[in-house]
Write a protein that binds this ligand. Structure first.
Ligand code: PLP
Length: 455
């Protein structure tokens, strides 16, 4: 175990040589930081030996807890065989076996698996496949070069994934790099841009989606969307039937449909994949995050035999690959992750905890700064506002959600906000008492900050 002075040493060294993702480094350098040395189940343990509940699943990836014996063992066993061998011109058992399992589990007619190592890459691959598909399919339509995406969408940070992204803050500095896409406003019901209320609105916002897609149908290659919930936007949960309606519009216009299940896949929404809730069959699906149970970087793009067949023959090669494509250790971890889903009946057992969470979250309405509570399975967003009646947000410089996560941290819980939205996304395996503790701490942290900011 490290001593406190060692913890300080790590922090100082970090601040002198590192640059962290999505982080304003001036804040990072000014503040005390946690150095996580190890973990156990749903707890992260820092270099001063303090345990913290992992309330965001180490950024939405962890499923069965940390140091799960089955996944640990699978990685060790693979390590005894080979850590890495290339997928370019060679193949290996864990890569083959995992693809077979994914095809078995995937919604609809997805039958081919193309590996990569981050969600953004899985999205890029889907975009490239869609474009090339239209050049090479039986009746080619090479003029189909554009994508439709929803406003507030998040598909990753590489240039192509950013191009179809809809969160301005993440894009505006890089506009000169991005290719143009076609966009319509999405369903963010708490702040409906049509000033309507669900369900009496009858999802009137779909009219714009329909209009934009039909106007551009001749030049569109595909529609890309996050099914059920726009996660990084702030856990914007669409109304029931919205995802299916967008899918139907895409199909009616003969477009490919790309489901970005990077956040929603692997049980987050209560089913293995979010598409299952609305019975939709994507032509391409990007997965990542939970694929290895939160152990190793692995992602994949799944597609149909129809898309795959358009790439057969001379001059039709799909020119994409990464040095670590299909890394065997990562594939072994992913296989073990899926095995644990079965062994522990993760999805069946999750149902009760989703219901428990829903019930508990109702009590959060008593907190004066809680404007909206959005839940989709084990994905929760709590939007904090200064005035509930008018839905007036806090001034951004007040960093109210950051204050809440600091309070939560003092009480032994790691959370991470998206703007003024508190995100709760625990490992699916979190126990009943741990979940109660997580929600108790979150409540107390919001309550404390509410007292400070409203006084
Ligand atoms: C996180 C995320 C991505 C990007 O995945 P990375 O592994 O961070 O590249 C893409 N799409 C969605 C919906 C995500 O939530």
């Amino acid at each position: 175990m490290a001593s406190h002075s060692e913890s300080i040493r790590w922090q100082n060294l970090d601040k002198s040589v590192l640059w962290h993702p999505f982080t304003q480094q001036s804040d990072w350098e000014a503040e005390t930081q946690l150095v996580i040395e190890r973990a156990d189940g749903c707890y992260l343990i820092d270099s001063d030996n303090n345990p913290y509940l992992d309330g965001v699943s180490s950024l939405w990836v962890n499923i069965h807890g940390h140091r799960h014996p089955t996944i640990d063992q699978a990685i060790r066993e693979q390590l005894e065989r080979v850590a890495h061998t290339t997928f370019l011109g060679l193949t290996h058992p864990p890569g083959i076996e995992l693809a077979q399992r994914l095809v078995d589990l995937a919604p609809g007619r997805l039958q081919r698996v193309f590996y990569s190592d981050t969600g953004a890459a899985a999205v890029e691959i889907a975009l490239k496949m869609a474009i090339q598909y239209w050049q090479q399919c039986p009746s080619p339509q090479p003029q189909r070069t554009k994508f439709f995406a929803l406003h507030s969408a998040y598909h990753g940070d590489t240039v192509g994934a950013m191009s179809v992204g809809g969160i301005e803050m993440y894009r505006h500095s890089y506009l000169s790099l991005l290719f143009p896409h076609v966009e319509a406003r999405s369903a963010y019901c708490y702040r409906c841009h049509l000033q309507k209320t669900y369900p009496s609105c009858r999802m009137a916002c779909l009219e714009e989606v329909e209009r934009v897609i039909s106007t551009h149908a001749h030049e569109l290659a595909a529609v890309i969307m996050e099914p059920l919930v726009q996660a990084a936007a702030g856990i914007y949960v669409y109304p029931k039937g919205y995802t299916r309606a967008v899918w139907e519009i895409a199909k009616r216009h003969g477009l490919l449909f790309i489901a970005d299940e990077v956040a929603t896949g692997f049980g987050r929404t209560g089913k293995m994949f979010a598409c299952e809730h609305e019975g939709i069959e994507p032509d391409l699906m990007a997965i990542g995050k939970g694929l290895t149970g939160g152990y190793l970087p692995l992602a994949a793009t799944l597609t149909t035999e129809e898309v795959y067949r358009a790439f057969l023959g001379p001059g039709r090669t799909f020119y994409h690959g990464h040095t670590y494509t299909g890394n065997p250790l990562a594939c072994a971890a992913a296989l073990a992750n899926l095995k644990v889903f079965e062994q522990e009946e993760t999805l069946q057992r999750l149902e009760l905890r989703i219901a428990l969470m829903e019930e508990w979250l109702r009590s959060f309405r008593a907190l004066p700064i809680v404007g909206d509570i959005r839940q989709c399975g084990f994905m929760v967003g709590i939007e904090l506002v200064r005035d509930r009646k008018t839905k007036t947000p806090f001034p951004p410089e007040q960093r109210v959600a950051v204050r809440v996560i600091k309070e939560a941290r003092k009480r032994g819980l790691i959370l991470r906000p998206l703007g003024d939205v508190l995100v709760i996304m625990p490992p699916l395996a979190i126990s009943h008492p741990e979940l109660v503790r997580l929600l108790d701490i979150t409540y107390a942290a919001i309550e404390k900050v509410a007292e400070e900011v409203l006084s």
